[in-house]
Write a protein that binds this ligand. Structure first.
Ligand code: RIB
Ligand code: CA
Length: 320
């Protein structure tokens, strides 16, 4: 069983990852911290409570709110993809009697800052804790700045972010999580704790069509499946118009999958740097992934191949 802390900016696809993690017996989600990204961090924290409210949990992970601004750049959000509330506008959905269709979980948000909860968990589980990042890396970089020795005891950091041999999804060269806070990403990648990256090169291999999602929802008609259907409506319309298919990439579910069924993921060693000064290339993740150019000083493993259909089948098996 792997002890993990999830750092997230929910986020429609973050919800897929969080639900999968909490339905995976291989993982124990010790804590969840929120970070600015898809939506401002206060809304991200509300969205996390909504996601947890969909599950019938006896016990909840410890929750803390993280950083509201990237290290250097002004915050860029993604309401055009994830909806005004960052969660497919599910916060506005009501039942016939006017109550919230998806009420928040009955659990408290810690008064601790997200960075301090990260450090507390790193100290509580030395050489064991795995951090899974689903948004910009601001919280992680600030935790390293605040107490590097504690953060050096992390087992590894699994990151959804970056793009290497494809185009970016924010600019031609940059993926959203890295673009929002390139300085944080570079500090994390250069820190020395093992980093496993699920870039767009991998997440784009998993295509969840609207037809497949709705078929899976109709098969189960559970609170989770109804929530996944409701929360993805706006996002799938964005994909229809701007990506070329009706559905979505569940980017953030891949780092979780890399922990629960690693055989579905093939990675290569790489030395990854992040462009923090460029104008056209700001937020670009730079690495040479060619086999014959394997670096003498890798700082990351980059996922390049996913057994996509098996991953999706297992995903829906778990989200009963
Ligand atoms: O580029 C995809 C990533 O950016 C995902 O984590 C998505 O939730 C957004 O945060
Ligand atoms: Ca995310």
């Amino acid at each position: 069983m792997q002890r993990i802390l999830i750092d997230t900016d929910p986020g429609v696809d973050d919800a897929f990852a969080i639900l999968l993690a909490l339905r995976s017996p291989e993982l124990h989600v010790e804590a969840i911290t929120t970070v600015c990204g898809n939506t401002p961090v206060v809304q991200a924290t509300q969205n996390l409570l909504t996601i947890l409210g969909v599950l019938d949990l006896d016990q909840f992970p410890v929750i803390a709110q993280g950083e509201a601004q990237p290290l250097v750049k002004p915050l860029v959000t993604a309401a055009h993809v994830h909806g005004e509330d960052g969660l497919g506008n599910t916060s506005q959905l009501r039942t016939a009697n006017g109550s919230l269709l998806y009420p928040p979980a009955n659990t408290e948000v810690s008064s601790m800052a997200g960075v301090d909860l990260i450090l507390e968990m790193a100290a509580r589980y030395p050489d064991e804790l795995v951090i899974v990042t689903l948004g910009p890396l601001t919280n992680i970089a600030k935790a390293i700045r605040k107490d590097a020795p504690k953060m050096r005891r992390l087992r590894k950091i699994v990151v959804m972010g970056g793009v290497f041999e494809e185009y970016g999804n924010v600019t031609t060269t940059a993926e959203f999580n890295i673009f929002v806070d390139p300085h944080a990403a570079d500090e994390v990648f250069q820190f020395g704790v093992p980093v496993h990256i699920a870039p767009l090169d991998a997440t784009h291999q998993v295509i969840l069509t609207g037809e497949r999602l709705h078929a899976e929802v109709d098969k189960r008609d559970s609170p989770i499946s109804r929530f996944l259907k409701d929360s993805t409506q706006a996002c799938m319309e964005f994909y229809r118009q701007h990506v070329g298919f009706w559905g979505l990439h569940i980017h953030d579910a891949l780092p979780i999958g890399m922990l629960t069924y690693p055989d579905y993921f093939k990675s290569v060693d790489a030395y990854v740097q992040v462009e923090t000064e460029g104008t056209l290339t700001n937020g670009m993740t730079v690495a040479d992934l060619r086999r014959e150019r394997q670096p003498f000083n890798p700082n990351a493993q980059v996922c390049v191949k996913v057994t996509a259909e098996a991953f999706l089948d297992d995903f829906f098996e778990r989200l009963q």
